[in-house]
Design a protein around this ligand. Structure first.
Ligand SMILES: O=P(O)(O)OC[C@@]1(O)O[C@H](CO)[C@@H](O)[C@@H]1O
Length: 392
């Protein structure tokens, strides 16, 4: 048990707060964009209208008794939250519920012509095919002749900062992509990261992925490097079982990213070949566990996932949402020890995250003071700061 006393769970009930803006502004904007991106029929438009009204003014409603995921959502807290405003239940919970309901509205789960059609795919593809992605891949050629440890550090940073590529975040803050970043990390355990993964390692890396496209590609490059240089013998990539938080990576997005690499020229294609053959021989495997899209913190992970992560040399936990799930989506004092709040995790873990929501732990007091003096509380949510924290 962590020695640290717990902190209040984040709700979205305070107007003016970041969680409130996500429910009141980001979710309606997502509905609008999805609606405009597809030639949906009248039934889908009606369902989207109903969702818009429900998610902004209504209450959590029960699922139809024949919903295939009824049991799962029952176990995840639906009976407890039914009848309550979306703004009055844990924010982590209502956000996951939103994506589940949005997919339902467009027919994603219903047998028929729209089953399995990712409503976020046009946005993901536009990013994957954009000039920035090609520039990032071309830059790998400059890295190719550097010593392996220098390449490793550059690729680790690429994976970390790749977390800025979050289409949901950009929806609510269009200027986010251009905002200047603060290169110094607010917490930097990268030495511990490398000491957990020395060369000639025999273990398995797990990576809990976050966004597709410009985040997943650098994640894949890091995995390829760790395999090629012998830091780990195997890797397991955890993806989402269905589209989630706009740009979260699914198996289809993994395929697109890998094809992008193998279809590129120069060094990028080499990484692509490493990964393609690693999937073929089982060195790299993918998972899409239902818990990856659960509305719960990782402390409540099911036994099968816990047992699997317990075998990892290191689990890399990518992104802001996964960080919220890792430490618990709570109002921790920022200096709360990261080791304490992650003590429950089944093995060593490394959080690689740009800061895009209020939750933060593991800061030293001077760092917090300096951030507040410079920016008020904006540093928590602006996506311009990043951290790499390791739980040993
Ligand atoms: O997990 P990611 O892609 O880094 O960020 C997810 C995010 O954009 O969505 C949530 C709010 O909707 C926050 O956790 C964060 O702002």
């Amino acid at each position: 048990m962590p020695a640290t006393p717990s902190a209040p769970v984040l709700l979205a009930d305070e107007p003016g707060s970041f969680p409130h803006s996500v429910l009141a502004e980001r979710h309606p904007a997502i509905i609008r964009q999805v609606r405009e991106a597809f030639p949906y029929g009248p039934a889908q438009h009606r369902a989207l209208d109903a969702l818009l009204a429900n998610c902004t003014k209504g209450v959590i409603e029960p699922l139809p008794t024949d919903a295939p995921d009824q049991d799962r959502w029952t176990a995840w807290g639906l009976p407890e939250y039914t009848g309550r405003s979306w703004f009055d239940v844990p924010w982590l919970w209502s956000e996951s519920w939103f994506y589940r309901q949005l997919l339902d509205a467009v027919g994603y789960f219903t047998p028929g012509p729209w089953q399995g059609i990712d409503p976020f795919r046009p946005f993901k593809l536009a990013e994957l095919d954009g000039p920035e992605t090609d520039e990032e891949l071309a830059a790998l050629d400059d890295l190719a002749n550097k010593p392996a440890d220098e390449r490793g550090r550059a690729l680790l940073h690429g994976s970390l900062w790749g977390n800025r590529a979050d289409l949901g975040f950009r929806l609510s803050d269009a200027s986010a992509a251009d905002a200047e970043v603060a290169p110094a990390l607010v917490a930097d355990d990268s030495e511990a990261f490398w000491s957990l993964l020395p060369p000639a390692g025999a273990g398995t890396l797990h990576l809990i992925a976050d966004n597709a496209g410009r985040e997943l590609i650098p994640d894949l490059l890091l995995i390829a490097h760790l395999l090629d240089e012998g830091h780990v013998r195997r890797a397991v990539l955890h993806l989402k079982p269905y589209p989630y938080y706009v740009s979260d990576a699914t198996t289809a997005d993994f395929v697109d990213a890998l094809r992008k690499l193998t279809g590129a020229s120069g060094a990028a294609a080499g990484y692509g070949r490493t990964l393609w053959s690693a999937t073929a021989d089982g060195t790299l495997t993918v998972r899409a566990h239902p818990f990856a899209a659960a509305p719960l913190p990782f402390s409540e992970m099911p036994d099968d996932l816990r047992a699997e992560l317990a075998t990892a040399e290191l689990t890399v936990v990518k992104g802001d949402l996964n960080y919220r799930r890792l430490v618990g989506d709570r109002r921790w004092p920022p200096t709360t020890p990261f080791q304490d709040v992650t003590a429950y995790f089944p093995g060593p873990a490394a959080a690689l995250r740009t800061l895009k929501s209020d939750v933060i732990t593991g800061l030293d007091a001077d760092t917090e003071t300096a951030l507040v003096a410079a920016e008020g509380q904006r540093w928590r949510t602006g996506g311009t700061h990043a951290l790499l924290q390791v739980r040993v």
